[in-house]
Write a protein that binds this ligand. Structure first.
Ligand code: ZN
Length: 428
């Protein structure tokens, strides 16, 4: 990457993204600079995708409310959160009471601007902090929204395919439809850009990796309408990547029944990485897991977040800004997702090749000196061998012997080099 995840988020922050429009294309073009494999696709407005239809493309140039002296009291140019997403154009003078009917505030958090959209109901509206709205004096106000709907426009999404030695896939999904917000928006794409760089650099890839950057809901539905059969046949584990940029906690969000390989691995990695992680069932869903885990789709997909949507005070407000995320927070999530990738690459069923315990000493695997760290590794090796009976995959073994997969991988490599364990024919 040409810059850090945090610096990339800073570059993407001012862009006005939505379900469709130039802001999404601009976002994807910047991501493409960092991810040369990124393909940008357009789905024409009016296309039917399962039970939905791709909407007209929405673009916005400016929006403001000015007082009689021509001073802007609401200004899209200062923050794009100040207009309701997908607002219709308007140009009207009105009294304060009328203005208040089209301005959304959040009384419980009176100093922040709420994030509001009206995708499928025609509306024109503004957003403002409760305190700022209540400071406005009586008088006449000029409300202007310079937006445009393009009936023959399109919805834009990006995807990346990094081939491995099989067609079996690991899938990561994130969204690009929120305007200037960070944990719930930019953290996903920038963390995945760094993860893609990591995947690209792997010396050996068993799996093919599929990564999508699409507007939430309608974008995921459009993607599935084009790729469902292939994904159903090939995706072995997937993760929806949302809210991975703050540094307060980690959250696991289960698939519909919480019983997929993606769930099993997420719980395993998190319990070693951050034992106090929050665990949520599918009733707490809110992002594209809603589509990928829907009946009839059933992609094996879970989510690992830092502070999950709905669960942190800055969520869907102007306070979810560049102060809400940090390079350290993003790196924590990246570390977890790298562990997921590494674990998947080594997650086979293993079978020991000797009858009774193998003699490690004659192969140079047993230390001649006794030292604490070395002893732990030997203990893990012996325990791994004890459960490498062909009925456990590496996640099972990690759970049984209580050692993180990242510590088992070098042991697996050593044992394989020495012919002491083999991958059985049973893949995942
Ligand atoms: Zn959101």
């Amino acid at each position: 990457m040409t810059k850090s995840m945090y610096e990339l988020a800073k570059e993407l922050f001012p862009i006005c993204r939505s379900l469709t429009g130039e802001g999404n294309r601009q976002t994807l073009r910047i991501l493409q600079r960092e991810i040369p494999e990124l393909n940008i696709h357009e789905v024409p407005s009016g296309t039917d995708v399962f039970d939905w239809t791709i909407p007209a493309e929405w673009n916005i140039e400016d929006a403001y409310v000015e007082n009689e002296a021509g001073v802007r009291v609401i200004d899209f140019k200062k923050t794009n959160l100040s207009v309701v997403g997908y607002s219709y154009p308007m140009d009207e003078w009105m009294e304060l009471d009328e203005l208040k009917k089209i301005v959304f505030t959040l009384e419980e958090q009176p100093d922040v601007i709420p994030y509001v959209t009206s995708y499928y109901n025609p509306r024109s509206g503004f957003c403002m902090s409760y305190n700022e709205l209540n400071k406005l004096p009586q008088g006449r106000y000029h409300a202007v929204i310079k937006s445009k709907f393009i009936e023959d426009g399109s919805l834009t999404y990006g995807d990346v395919i990094i081939p491995g030695e099989t067609e079996d896939e690991i899938f990561f999904s994130t969204y690009i439809c929120h305007p200037s917000m960070c944990n719930d928006q930019l953290s996903g794409p920038v963390m995945l850009a760094a993860l893609i760089e990591y995947i690209r650099g792997l010396k050996h890839r068993h799996y093919t990796y599929r990564i999508t950057f699409a507007p939430e809901t309608i974008g995921a539905i459009a993607y599935l309408s084009e790729n469902l059969q292939h994904m159903k046949a090939h995706v072995k584990a997937g993760y929806n990547v949302a809210c991975v940029g703050d540094d307060r906690t980690y959250t696991y969000l289960a698939s519909r029944y919480g019983n997929t390989l993606a769930d099993k691995l997420a719980v395993n990695v998190l319990k070693f990485h951050y034992p106090g992680f929050k665990s949520c069932d599918f009733m707490k869903r809110g992002s594209d897991e809603r589509q990928y885990c829907a009946p009839g789709v059933d992609i094996p997909l879970a989510s690992i977040a830092r502070s999950k949507f709905h669960d942190y005070p800055e969520y869907h407000t102007s306070a979810d800004n560049l102060d809400c995320i940090s390079q350290k927070g993003l790196e924590g999530a990246l570390d977890v997702y790298k562990q997921i990738v590494d674990a998947m690459e080594y997650n086979w069923y293993y079978q020991v090749t000797t009858i009774c315990e193998p003699r490690l000493g004659k192969r140079g695997l047993y230390p001649t000196v006794s030292k604490k760290g070395v002893y732990d590794e030997i203990q893990s090796m012996i325990n791994l061998i004890a459960y490498a009976d062909g009925t456990n995959d590496l996640i099972d073994i990690s759970n049984i012997i209580d050692v993180p997969i990242k510590e088992l991988i070098p042991i697996v490599e050593k044992l394989e080099e020495n012919g002491l364990i083999k991958r059985t024919s049973t893949n995942i």
